[in-house]
Ligand binder design. Structure first.
Ligand SMILES: Nc1ncnc2c1ncn2[C@@H]1O[C@H](COP(=O)(O)OP(=O)(O)OP(=O)(O)O)[C@@H](O)[C@H]1O
Ligand SMILES: [Mg+2]
Length: 867
């Protein structure tokens, strides 16, 4: 018993000593991981700007094509991708450096452990003590191997950590409006619809220099319909957003039925105030569902009710013309409908909702003259006796006896019935009327705000000029268009819209400023010119057949590895190809270091068993050999990591810039195909491209390494003892079978997981794009439910993948353990019965175990890096 305890003490002592070394290694790792995390963070920023670039250009593809901006977009994308590539190279360089140190230190732990063990062994004579040292040593060896398997995952881990900390940041933000609080404030039983704005002032937090509202005062009686007019940017939509509590006013007061807004329950406000925004908020749902969103409780809602509201807004004909009628699924933002049709779906929803207060922001924009009149007449009919605020640029919507508020620079500057205001030949309203003669704004189809921002992007931001090396090739086109357009306007300049004349500082003033259009106005005109001939232009774009090479390069279905790797040649420079060749050579050398290490180790172990007298010197020699191997392994494995990662990054950068170029040159109709959605293109060029990089950057290296180790290990073992090696190799067919089943199963699981996460991404984008509508239409419940459903499906797909992965990894481990047990048992039998030399048996054990466990570890790593 005393001996047993002594043995235990010794063993524990050893393990603790080696563990101490491990702690040093781990401390170093922890320190470096933080540095890597810092690099990983830096790398994702340029990648974010590349993703934004794709999203902006693909969503606004019409504008890109009108302005012939493909080259500029490709160039901007290329710049962002290259910046991301450089950042990734820095990460790879750092990870390679870290890998070198860690690999070296881990192997050195064994040398140190053995060095110390030799000292102990020379002092001891009992077999139990030997076995104690051996147990401690093998325990450390296995622990070391496990640490080694972490190395290739360092970048993956760090990127995951960075992503998690970003997500955490989102979960920690303070919530200004807690939508989950059901009743927070007064909820009067009835809403009469009286509205008052008293000296309301408001600044958007991002633009403190410009007043959104600047002392606005206005009153709307219950049941009244009033109109708000004023030049663009004077604060009309801001007023609506404040009433809906989307923003909070800075000073003054807003009352509904004499209750200050801040005292009212937010849900009550949203239940009683409907806002039909300028840009219709349409979701990636069926037309029917989009209209039904108007009602909180749709239980009693029949198909007939939906058709009735569609009738009211003259939408029936449009819907019956669609192949799936009311069930037609809209794209996010309703982009598969025309501007006027979107507007009417949004109006149909408002019609169904029909709350006591309704604000319609440019409800007739995008409609033809006849439909405009019909829609306005019906609107007046169904909003009779209910408070209605119509914001409009279209003065023909306003009848002589309608009450009008004229706004300018964030406040009301003129009030009265239209006929009274019209009778004054001077003043803000009169100025607006003068400019109605050339209603070019009316002919502009309501493009998304997004496209306008893209136009501004091309034209207004001088910084972008610097970012785009090819800008000189694009600007002449744009500027020529503008000049041509200016000239075409010249003969009828007196009719043109001149916003500089519409300055309403006070009721009387009209400035005598010369009618020089500002740059952005000129651009708007150019845009409107482009838009005036859109049908022809679009049609002509539709007619351009996709280039044949475009068709062939857009991949269909899953590609074989051979096909994927065949794209390396045309997409990499000679220096990258050399880098790949050196990287693969390093893989082989680094892999060869493992059996060499096992061989040196076997010699060391053999010395313990046989040659106690000379243990010190011989052990020192083999310890030095191991140090040399550790150095070689550290250098080659790091070179491999860096060179392959760097070349792989260049490869995918080149592929994605080429692919993006092809996407931009596709005919307009190509973008309407479902599988060419913005989210899909972004996913292919970003997430999927990164997966593709891993094929060359990591998985090819692992595969070459595993094959080399296996080849050397098995070959070497055969030279020692054929019989024993043959028995040990029983595990290989098992491992191959597991690998085959594994890749088949993970492929399927991966497909499903990708599909689910794409659905989730589309949903999130759809919801975030229409966040204001989600809040004001009280749709949080519906979207929460949908989000949970998609999350559940995604989770279930992930769970299945985890089970499959876990089972296969477990099976491969079991295979290795069984093979190990078999090898040891059969080896012992051969030693005892056939007189096999211990030295040879130990070499075979060590070689086969290392090579088999390394292959099994590769099996584990390959799927993990691809997750
Ligand atoms: N989210 C925002 N962040 C910062 N500034 C904004 C934001 N929305 C509007 N603004 C600014 O506030 C001012 C008033 O904008 P608002 O949208 O109310 O104008 P508008 O009268 O509705 O114009 P339009 O007739 O073109 O729709 C403008 O100067 C605008 O640039
Ligand atoms: Mg507006």
């Amino acid at each position: 018993m005393a001996k047993e305890l002594e043995w235990f003490d010794n063993t524990e002592h050893e393990i603790l000593r080696v563990a101490n070394r491990c702690h040093t290694v781990l401390f170093f790792m922890a320190f470096n991981f933080d540095m890597l995390s810092w690099y990983a963070g830096g790398g994702s920023r340029p990648l974010g700007s590349a993703a934004q670039s794709i999203s902006r250009a693909v969503k606004g593809i019409d504008t890109v094509k009108y302005f012939n901006g493909q080259e500029m977009e490709i160039s901007l994308y290329g710049t962002a991708v290259k910046a991301a590539g450089l950042a990734y190279n820095r990460i790879a360089k750092y990870a390679a450096f870290q890998n070198a140190i860690l690999r070296f230190l881990t192997l050195m732990v064994f040398v140190q452990g053995f060095w110390y063990a030799t000292t102990l062994v020379t002092r001891t004579t009992t077999f139990q003590e030997y076995s104690g040292y051996m147990t401690a040593f093998w325990a450390c060896l296995i622990a070391g191997q496990q640490i080694e398997t972490i190395f290739p995952l360092v970048i993956v881990l760090e990127k995951g950590k960075y992503a998690a900390s970003n997500l955490r940041r989102l979960t920690m933000v303070d919530v200004e409006f807690d939508l989950t609080r059901r009743r927070a404030g007064v909820s009067p039983r009835k809403c009469n619809g009286f509205i008052a704005f008293q000296d309301v002032r408001f600044h958007y937090p991002s633009r403190r220099d410009v007043a959104g509202l600047n002392g606005l005062s206005m009153f709307v009686n219950a049941g009244e319909t009033v109109f708000i007019v004023g030049k663009s940017g004077c604060g009309k939509s801001t007023l609506a957003n404040l009433l809906l509590t989307v923003w909070k006013h800075n000073s003054g007061s807003i009352l509904i039925d004499e209750n200050p807004l801040e005292k009212l329950d937010r849900k009550w406000i949203h239940d009683n105030v409907t806002y039909v925004p300028q840009r219709p908020a349409l979701f990636n749902e069926s037309i029917s569902r989009n209209i039904r969103f108007g009602k909180a409780n749709t239980d009693n809602l029949t198909h007939k009710d939906i058709w009735r509201v569609c009738d009211d807004v003259f939408l029936t004909e449009v819907i019956t013309g669609l192949p799936n009628g009311l069930r037609t699924k809209l794209k996010s933002g309703g982009t598969n409908l025309s501007g006027g049709q979107r507007q009417r779906v949004s109006l149909a929803r408002a019609r169904l909702r029909d709350t006591s207060i309704m604000i319609l922001d440019e409800p007739t924009t995008g409609l033809d003259e006849a439909t405009k009149v019909l829609v306005m007449n019906t609107l007046r009919e169904w909003r009779k006796d209910k408070t209605t605020i119509v914001i409009t640029h279209n003065l023909s919507d306003i009848r002589p006896n309608d009450w009008v508020y004229v706004m300018d620079a964030g406040r009301v500057v003129q009030v009265g019935e239209r006929r009274t205001l019209e009778a004054l030949y001077q003043g803000p309203f009169a100025d607006l009327l003068k400019n109605v003669e050339t209603p070019y704004e009316e002919s502009i189809p309501p493009e998304s705000c997004y496209e306008e921002s893209l136009i501004d992007y091309y034209m207004d931001d001088p910084e972008k000029e610097n970012q785009c090396p090819n800008r000189t090739t694009i600007l002449p086109f744009v500027e020529n268009s503008i000049n041509a357009f200016r000239q075409s306007l010249a003969p009828r300049a007196h009719k043109s819209f001149n916003p500089s004349r519409v300055t309403f500082q006070n009721h009387r003033a009209t400035t005598a400023a010369p009618p020089v259009p500002s740059r952005s106005q000129t651009i708007k005109r150019a845009t409107s010119q482009s838009r005036k001939r859109p049908r022809r232009t679009r049609q002509s774009m539709e007619e351009i057949p996709p280039k044949p090479e475009c068709k062939s390069t857009i991949m269909k279905g899953q590609q074989g590895l051979r096909h994927i790797f065949s794209t390396i040649g045309p997409n990499t420079s000679w220096s990258d190809k050399l880098g790949i060749a050196i990287g693969l050579l390093c893989c082989i050398v680094s892999a060869a270091a493992t059996p060499a290490f096992s061989f040196a180790l076997a010699r060391l172990v053999y010395i313990f068993f046989t040659d106690l007298s000379g243990t010190g010197t011989k052990a020192a020699f083999w310890a030095l050999v191991i140090t040399g191997i550790a150095l070689l392994d550290a250098v080659t494995s790091s070179l491999q990591l860096f060179l392959l990662e760097k070349s792989a990054q260049r490869w995918i950068d080149s592929v994605r810039i080429r692919a993006y170029g092809l996407v931009m040159s596709q005919a307009r109709s190509w973008f309407d195909v479902d599988k060419n959605k913005t989210s899909r293109i972004a996913q292919d060029l970003e997430g999927n491209a990164e997966e593709m990089r891993n094929l060359l950057g990591r998985q090819l290296g692992f595969a070459v390494g595993a094959l080399t180790i296996l080849g050397i290990g098995v070959g070497w073992s055969f030279t020692q003892d054929v019989q024993l090696t043959a028995v040990g190799l029983v595990a290989i067919p098992v491992l191959l079978l597991v690998l085959r089943v594994f890749s088949w199963v993970t492929e399927r699981c991966e497909e499903r997981c990708n599909g689910e996460s794409e659905q989730l991404a589309i949903f999130l984008r759809d919801m975030l794009d229409n966040l204001v509508a989600v809040r004001t239409l009280s749709l949080k419940g519906y979207f929460d439910h949908k989000h949970h459903r998609l999350l559940r499906r995604s989770l279930s797909a992930g769970r299945k993948r985890a089970v499959c992965t876990g089972l296969t990894v477990g099976l491969s481990d079991t295979g290795v353990f069984l093979a190990t047990a078999l090898l040891f048992w059969y080896g012992a039998r051969l030693i005892v019965q056939n007189g096999l030399a211990l030295e040879k048996a130990l070499t075979v054990f060590s070689m086969l175990l290392f090579s088999l466990s390394n292959s099994a570890a590769t099996l584990r790593i390959v799927p993990q890096v691809s997750i």
